[in-house]
Design a protein around this ligand. Structure first.
Ligand SMILES: NC(=O)c1ccc[n+]([C@@H]2O[C@H](COP(=O)([O-])OP(=O)(O)OC[C@H]3O[C@@H](n4cnc5c(N)ncnc54)[C@H](OP(=O)(O)O)[C@@H]3O)[C@@H](O)[C@H]2O)c1
Length: 241
């Protein structure tokens, strides 16, 4: 067990997170299915286990520090390390223009998408440091790219939910800053853009599958020692900040 690589994915009971877990599980990782609802986590584990994947549910509400700390204690006790952390849990609440967005929506979005990512990295970093090669992947979005948001001809130029887009820009900044702090360690910290994927987050309006959406994150979770850190990638390579 100790020799097996362990990956924790937040928000892994469904959507892209569950598929990231599946793909890492197929590669031989023990996957810890972060789920804020224990029942939904157990269902995902049952499903993945049927496919021969070694999966375990772990209760994780990323806006709740007590939940995060309990998860750290559990991973430490069960595995003593964490090889891969995928900060995938994310929310999208908006409709309407930036000027019509209320502050509570903004705060709720940041609670999960920004503060949740920071809290998870901060809490799990000691366990990631205990792994031989640690990998941290932050699920961003192309909508977090300030360069793309500034381009009126960009394919998604009309998509300007201010809380969501800026929350993912913040995720990008957090990625660069932790990568810089960890540059003299084997740990790599990168941001992934899954593309526009059909999931509950967007009422299944995306045109990409979860299999396609998981690809970039899985690649970043399994980067070789000479791979990049502090970058922002979709499945085709680097994308502009
Ligand atoms: N779908 C897209 O087109 C797209 C594009 C770009 C980026 N992304 C990003 O990809 C990630 C996954 O999204 P998805 O499309 O797979 O959405 P999804 O199907 O709605 O899944 C989101 C997951 O995050 C969990 N979650 C939400 N808030 C949480 C919290 N506070 N604590 C713990 N878990 C929480 C959800 O749990 P519950 O089941 O309990 O709600 C669910 O497991 C998100 O970060 C999203 O922003 C998605």
């Amino acid at each position: 067990m100790a020799d097996k690589k362990v990956a924790l994915i937040t928000g892994a009971n469904k959507g892209i997170g569950k598929e990231i877990a599946r793909q890492l599980g197929v590669q031989g990782f023990t996957v810890l299915i972060g789920a804020r609802d224990a029942g939904r986590g157990a269902e995902a584990v049952a499903d993945l286990t049927k496919d021969g994947i070694e999966a375990q549910a772990i209760q994780l509400e990323v806006t709740d520090q007590a939940s995060i700390e309990a998860a750290v204690v559990k991973v430490e006790a069960d595995y003593g390390k964490l090889d891969v952390l995928v900060n995938n849990a994310g929310v999208y609440f908006e409709s309407g223009a930036a000027s019509e967005t209320d502050i509570e929506t903004f705060k709720k979005t940041y609670d999960t998408n920004v503060f949740g990512v920071f809290a998870m990295i901060r809490a799990f970093l000691p366990l990631v440091k205990k792994a031989e090669v640690g990998r941290i992947v932050n699920m961003s979005s192309g909508l977090g790219s300030i360069t793309q948001n500034s381009d009126p001809n960009w394919a998604f130029a009309a998509a300007k939910p201010v809380a969501y887009n800026s929350s993912k820009s913040a995720v990008n900044a957090i990625t660069v800053i932790f990568a810089a702090e960890l540059k003299n360690t084997p740990i790599k910290v990168n941001a992934a853009d899954p593309g526009y994927v059909a999931t509950d987050l967007n009422g299944n309006s995306g045109y990409r599958t979860v299999e396609q959406g998981a690809t970039a994150a899985v690649r970043l979770a399994t980067l070789p020692a000479d791979g990049p850190t502090g970058g922002y990638f979709d499945e085709d390579g680097a994308i502009p900040w």
